[in-house]
Design a binder for this molecule. Sequence first.
Ligand code: 13P
Length: 251
Amino acid sequence: MRTPLIAGNWKMHKTVAEAERFISGLLPLVYAADGVDLAICVPFTDLQAMVDSTRGSRVSVYAQNMHQAPEGAFTGEVSAAMLSEIDVHGVVLGHSERREYFNETDAVLAEKLLAARSAGLAAILCVGETGQQRDEDETEAVLTAQLDRGLALLDAEALAELVIAYEPIWAIGTGAVATAEQAQEACAFVRSRVAAVHAEAAESTRILYGGSVKSDNAAELLGLPDVDGALVGGASLEPESFAAIAAAAVS
Ligand code: 13P
């Protein structure tokens, strides 16, 4: 059985003071949320404070990006070792906003996944199609290309422990959540692509749905057979709405 994961992606939101207010509101609300893994994916400047404030709790802390090289002349970048040294649990890689605005490619993401793994970091790899690609019936071709290239350097154990977030770009921040049928179909397809690399590992890989997940649609999405959790943007910014989605994962 795969333990559900509810991960909040704050994107470029929250100063340290705001993050501290959030976490002191959240922890009492999720104290009893047994059977679900919780994560917050926070800006670099919030990492140390959130690692310290969540120690001993059921919430783990992820970065939203990292560089693939161990060190070097890459001004403005952060390495996997820098994250793991301060007890960051994992990293989100290949979010569509990073692919679109920062030119992240599948080949670079394959290297980042390997670097994260080597440093002992968990990883959430994001994939998903644009609205136009879906309209043109290219969803499966897009997912296939992203996964076949992105997963190229991982062994079976790494695939089993990997989290993949299916986030249709047309559903991100729009309120246009995928239907249950669309989410299940795409997440099952993602699992089939992992299975094409290693069938047994794919049974353990957790696949999340992301894109306009809210407390009122979470239960239906999280009840789908191939949806093992959610990557939540806007609704992860308030403790109450994030905790409500976590509660939907356990009920
Ligand atoms: P929203 O939940 O705001 O649509 O964002 C989804 C997302 O991009 C999470 O990574």
